[in-house]
Design a protein around this ligand. Sequence first.
Ligand code: BT5
Length: 259
Amino acid sequence: MNQNELKKVLSKLSLGDVRYFDSIGSTNSEALAWATGGAIDLSLVIADEQTAGRGRLDRKWFTPKGTALAFSLILRPRAEEKPYLSRFVGLAALAVVDALRTRGLVSQIKWPNDILLNGRKVAGILVESVWSGEEVDGLVVGLGMNVLKGSVPSADVLTFPATSLEELLGPLVEREKLLQDILAGIIALRPHLGSDSFIASWEKALAFRGEQVQAEQGEGTLLAGKLLGLEPDGSLRLSAQDGRSMTVRFGDVHLRPHA
Ligand code: BT5
């Protein structure tokens, strides 16, 4: 990454401290350790390459050098945000959708943590918590986004098709400016986290809304139904064929259109 450009864009935001790495195992692991060690709100870990990037349940996330955006933002939830911790994944997702919209791209959120462009995954979000006793006193919001074509893994390691911004916008996407826009979006949306309009915007950006989907939760539990929207805690609301309402909670969920 261009260090000067990075410094310039980050200086325009009210961030905490920043740690930049040419190469790292996982920005989320670094941020979790830093948060446990007392990092202040809005501290940022960013890397040009991850050698052990993680998805949910320790699945691998690929971030080859010089091709992608990979960062982890540390948040110290304020008292008024604590009832809404499960909404932070939506906050990050909406900030990505907004940043892509300003580049002329309509993206969608594949609940709970993927961003799709033309039905292919362009970014993934991993939110992890730091506990102090019974209380969450830190969140790490990790985002990986495929910018150049070289960031897209080969099909044999993918469970869902993937794409990059380069495939739609050409090779001239500035990663530093993109980072700035996403972080600015997170900061701007954060005061609205607890509002009904936040859930409404999140719902509006969902992929497969009004369509039949299958949600596979944990080992083999398959829920099928029409995707209606979100519960106030960000869980997914489906309606079964007999009209029964079902809720899909966060966890290891694979959502896909009904075959
Ligand atoms: C995610 O997990 O999508 C969350 C990814 C979060 C990555 C960021 S990068 C910065 C921060 N530091 C980290 O270590 N992590 C975060 P999940 O829904 O479990 O999806 C993982 C699956 O996505 C893998 O099993 C692959 O099939 C696929 N995958 C891996 N790398 C990919 C890529 N670059 N593009 C698209 N799909 C990918």
